[in-house]
Design a protein around this ligand. Sequence first.
Ligand code: FMN
Length: 215
Amino acid sequence: MPSPQTITLAFTGASGMPYGLRLLECLLAAGRRVFLLYSPAAQIVAKQECDLALPAQPREAARLLADRYRAAGDQLVVFGREDWLAPVASGSNPADAMAVCPCTMGTLAAIAHGLADNLIERAADVMLKERRPLVLVPRETPLSAIHLANMLTLAEAGAVILPPAPGFYARPQAVADLVDFVVARVLDQLRVPHELGPRWGAERIAGTRPPGSAA
Ligand SMILES: Cc1cc2nc3c(=O)[nH]c(=O)nc-3n(C[C@H](O)[C@H](O)[C@H](O)COP(=O)(O)O)c2cc1C
């Protein structure tokens, strides 16, 4: 898959809004166009976890977030949850890739069962039917058999299930390091270049040339 230019990002009302906001920041910093969608429950979680009041009006939200992350012109577009005229609602004009971060068990279940009852669920449904990358960052603990079955259904349908489970081998010093660990894995799945943290084993080959390169 080539590096995608337009990415749909959905925030739903699971704990983990710092992951979603940092992902948005990194996608914009990497020059990607972002179509942002969020649920009413995500607005509650954003306030609770990040002290961020996500406006109900998409235009107002786009202005606020573009200012916050210094996005260029129309780099960030926010769509309302029932905006069926949005490009992401149709397989004729899907984004190159989509992430739902954080993803609730409710939205995960709805996507697994093809409900497409709001724009987030529909956009994800479109990604699956069009065989485009869909990355879900589900957050719940412990997981019930229903949650696990839905995740298996989605993995079999082509989605990437990427739980926010940071590793500790890079010796994180702050919460921001843990957040970046997870966001880095999402960016890797989306094929968006980044420099969030060291890569395992990189120092072992530092200074060596790849096989076949000129001397
Ligand atoms: C502060 C807060 C934290 C929540 N954390 C989770 C969570 O981690 N996982 C989850 O599946 N639901 C969580 N919920 C419940 C969902 O927000 C709720 O099921 C909601 O209906 C999901 O709607 P959505 O998928 O449209 O965002 C949380 C709710 C609140 C207010």
